[in-house]
Design a binder for this molecule. Sequence first.
Ligand code: AMP
Length: 413
Amino acid sequence: MNQVNFDTLCLSRELLHALRDMGFEQPSPIQAETIPLLMENKDVIGQAQTGTGKTAAFAIPIIETICSENRQVQAMVLCPTRELAIQVADEFRKLIQYNKAISVVSIYGGQPIDRQFQALKKKPQIIIGTPGRMLDHLRRGTIKLAAVKTVVLDEADEMLDMGFREDIELILNQTPESRQTVLFSATMPKAILELTQKYQQNPQWVKVMPLEQKIPLIEQQYFEVSQKAKLGVLTHLIDLHQLKLALIFCNTKRQVDNLVDKLETEGYPVGGLHGGMSQSKRDKMMARFRKGAVHLLIATDVAARGIDVQDVQAVFNYDLPENTDRYIHRIGRTGRAGKSGLAFTFVSSGQIRQFSAIQKSQENALHLQSAPGAKIADLKSIDTAREYRRKPKGAMKKGRKKFNTSRKKLQHA
Ligand code: AMP
């Protein structure tokens, strides 16, 4: 295959100029495959996640096919979270910086609706939004989708996980049947396939491995540790590595709140981020984390979507992620822009099967470490736990010896 570059994609002068300013020298694999298909007005299913350049992959063809004299909404992008909607809109704005006749508006829950009415008065041709607020505007008649040519469902799996399916369908039903429908999703569960069958015409599949899958700069370690001992191991690692900016993932809002309380009690500068918090609280927390006022941000997967903070030193999977995609997504928050990063995963003995899929996906990159700071009684490593059952006394001695050796090593480190 010939090398694809932006010049061979027949892009406008204005867009090429913007791409140069943005420092994009060559299309990423998803862009090289997707842009020509979308320019031919094909429907596309893109299996790709953040970090692959997927936003520009759909934004470039949208911009190139907008009729700038027409002030109706011609393209709509639906995103699961406000953070992602802002990020996508920012990328669009950079790409249209030399195209003054095209405008983009982002709309999402949590922002005063009056401000959105004002923005919509500018008659943007491109709207980026979250499903709930989009539907709200459609019901009020402040957004009309009759002239939409392209719809993008970005991070469609997340939107379905968040219960937006009905909203998405209501929105799609207000767009012309002749529209081009583009769907991006990191995973392809049955519900996504149903959506594509219902709303796409002869879609073309494009699949790229996330760049983060390689993750050469992230040192990945895992610890076999009981639920009870997790907090001790966590604080030990924070102190040992003198972490000033780290993300800690929990699976539920409650676990986030619990851990925030516990770490606060121990005097750590922590903050929580989850979907149960009001939007303004979430924004304030993100701003404090970016500034470094909060050293440790404890978050759920959904709330952390789209977080792009430079210099995150470490990611903790305090709770084991549900699947490999989530694992890759979580640890990809560190080791960005050529910097190195640390990823620590806590695994309990009941989670071996779930964890082995993650471990397999990372080939030989995930290393077992002895858990620092855990009391010996809590240090039931998966292997030693098996041995306890077989010959308890000997195994206990072995476990204690292993722990003491690693503690000595740590003390000398
Ligand atoms: P995304 O996967 O869309 O979230 O993009 C991840 C990051 O890669 C963003 O900061 C983009 O601006 C950047 N990016 C996207 N495409 C390219 C490209 N062709 N060359 C360099 N950087 C890119």
